[in-house]
Design a protein around this ligand. Sequence first.
Ligand code: PDD
Length: 286
Amino acid sequence: MAGTEVLWLNGDFVAPGEAMVSVDDRGFLFGDGIYEVIGGVGERLFAFDRHWRRLRRSVEQLDIVGVDFDQIEATIREAVRRAQCELTVVYLQITRGAAPRSHAWDPTGLTPTVLIRVREEPQPDPAQAEQGVACLTVPDLRWGRCDIKSLNLLPNVMAKQQARTSGCYEAIFVGADGIVTEGSSSSLAIVSGGELWSHPNGPRILPGVTRELSTILAADLGLTLHERQFDRATMLAADEVILMATSFDILGVTSIDGQTIGTGRPGDVARRLAERFRRAFYGGEF
Ligand code: PDD
């Protein structure tokens, strides 16, 4: 049975239709905040510690002060208990707070706005995993700190929309220097010459939790994930292209910009990694 949606805003559990934030909220005015998306099975959240570390780092990097992490963690646990989902997804958003619009902020005068939303994650589509997905490439127009999970997602949402209107599942960012970075809401790896490659962690990509766990799980399959840069031509010539994200785990890419990848079906590595990942997810390994 599907769970109920549970929402908590600034200290109180509220009915989802009744939650209100100020028009002065800097998240609304400037996208001045950060977020996290955590999946799980029932009350057991997957890779919580890794998401938590990334969240804390995002908050610190943006100099957002006054966040009560202990209260937020306890509330997430309580919200997950109340929601009683089969497949759980937690959306957590923290903004710098509300103040009359001014680019600079008063470091002492703001209380962060905290939103926790828990709901049922739709069951994964087996056809998608079986058949793989089509992608397109787009210029990476994002800022120089993509390692922060900030609310500023305009290039990402524009890219995703372009993918969807073109009948594609995901947009893959390619930098001005020709280097492939990641998907608009996913990490990316390729299989080339029997090796797994993914863009090195750093300011050009989000340090994806699914990608980090894939590095560990790939080792179980006798594979090493190498952090290394590659360009669009290398990606198009790869044996496999693989997307990784909390929302869908691991997916094989079967075409990019209309060109077939590998055999045109999800490859062996994508399939094995996805299977190993599912086992870890449902078995609560992380
Ligand atoms: N997005 N890269 C980008 C730009 C992302 O937005 C995401 C996740 C990832 C994968 O990270 P993780 O494995 O930790 O979910 C990589 C989330 C799901 C979102 O924006 O909804």
